[in-house]
Design a protein around this ligand. Structure first.
Ligand SMILES: *Cc1c(COP(=O)(O)O)cnc(C)c1O
Length: 375
């Protein structure tokens, strides 16, 4: 009654979660294959995460960025260790903010060098967030509708079509920004060859390559960062969703020469990287690193099972999978929910699966059984 109705919510109230399961207010159990949209990477009530969060709440929740913050250093080091080059991290609170920071950093990088380069090439069906910079970077009309004018400086190309990218490069182009697997857009994978061509183009033209890892990052695809499947070397990556295991946190990671352009006072966030969020992120990263082989193994098993179903094209990698149906999938989501399985429908006809990264074969079998019944 008092909450603005900008979401169409499913008719269920979850009150408790444990591992890969959720429980509603009538005590009914559900297998969670959405994880709060790729957020609850360690599942629900993970003992080590709960312990770390509770103990941090007792010690110190927040101090602001007016002061030194050792928890940020600890988490940043963990994130950089997995990055291809030496880099540095900026912390914020969400995916859209991480992308805002990336867009600002790209502009600042060239401005500091006296170059008038500010345009960023992004891709159709991509999704980068809802604030004006990220929204403008999101090349989907339906998200812009009613909110124009968009921020200036974005050009839209087609995924897996290098010609469409080359055509857009001019003397004002500063960077190329993409998701290696588009999440909201329907679990659309970049081809390896395409990404290598994008990388070469960036090198030839002196452009920065920004990979939005908000959904693909932190183990989701079976590698710690999604770009690692493709042998590319981004200048900037952005993170959020799975990083805090449910505690809001976002991050931007940039190669050192790029990162140094976010000088004191140039950008900031009140909440960004507070002790609570960083402590949660630290535990998530440590646990996810241990889970990587299991994510690949269970992900591969899940993919095979989905293919066996023969209900549509299977897309994605690791534990970020989609099943493209020939019809709308809204109804399938409701039917699955009735049978105790939580799945998501994106891009109209793609059933999307984002189970917690702790998921095991037996849970996949349980989920596929429900899918078999309803499809
Ligand atoms: C979800 C998502 C975002 C936006 O993240 P918020 O935390 O909702 O702002 C940005 N990029 C990608 C790839 C996403 O999946």
């Amino acid at each position: 009654m008092y909450v603005i109705e900008n979401y169409s919510r499913l008719p269920v109230r979850f009150v408790k979660g444990e591992g890969v399961y959720l429980y509603d207010d009538e005590g009914k159990r559900y297998l969670d294959f959405v994880s709060g949209i790729a957020v609850c990477s360690l599942g629900h009530s993970h003992p080590r995460l709960v312990e770390a969060i509770c103990s941090q709440v007792r010690e110190l929740i927040h101090v602001s960025n007016l002061f030194e913050n050792p928890w940020q250093e600890e988490l940043a080091q963990k994130l950089v260790e997995e990055f291809w080059a030496s880099g540095k991290v900026f912390f914020c609170n969400s995916g859209t903010e991480a992308n805002e920071a990336a867009i600002k950093l790209v502009r600042k990088f060239f401005r500091d060098r006296g170059e008038n380069r500010f345009r960023i090439i992004t891709f159709g069906r991509g999704f980068h967030g809802r604030t004006y910079g990220s929204l403008s970077a999101t090349a989907q009309e339906k998200f812009h509708e009613g909110f124009e004018p968009m921020l200036e400086g974005f050009d839209y190309a087609e995924l897996n079509d290098i010609g469409s990218v080359i055509k857009l490069v001019n003397r004002n182009t500063a960077g190329i920004m993409l998701e290696v697997i588009q999440g909201e857009g329907g679990v659309n994978e970049c081809e390896s060859e395409f990404l290598k061509e994008v990388q070469s183009l960036c090198r030839e033209e002196g452009l920065l390559l920004i990979v939005d890892e908000v959904q693909t990052g932190i183990g989701r695809t079976g590698m710690f960062y999604g770009y690692q499947h493709f042998g590319i070397e981004p200048d900037i990556i952005t993170l959020a969703k799975g990083l805090g295991g449910g505690v809001p946190i976002g991050a931007l990671l940039a190669r050192e020469e790029v990162a140094q352009h976010l000088t004191p006072g140039s950008h900031g966030s009140t909440f960004g990287g507070n002790p609570l969020a960083c402590r949660a992120g630290f535990v998530v990263v440590e646990e996810v690193k241990k889970l990587l082989p299991q994510i690949r193994e269970v992900g591969e098993f899940f993919r095979e099972k989905l293919e066996e179903l023969g209900a549509g094209r299977v897309k994605g990698r690791g534990l970020m999978l989609g099943l493209e149906l020939e019809r709308e999938c809204k109804n399938a989501v409701l039917k699955a929910l009735e049978r105790g399985l939580v799945v998501n429908c994106t891009a109209g006809n793609v059933l999307r699966f984002l189970p917690p990264l702790i998921v095991e074969r037996e849970h996949v079998e349980e989920a596929v059984e429900v899918l078999r019944e309803i499809l």
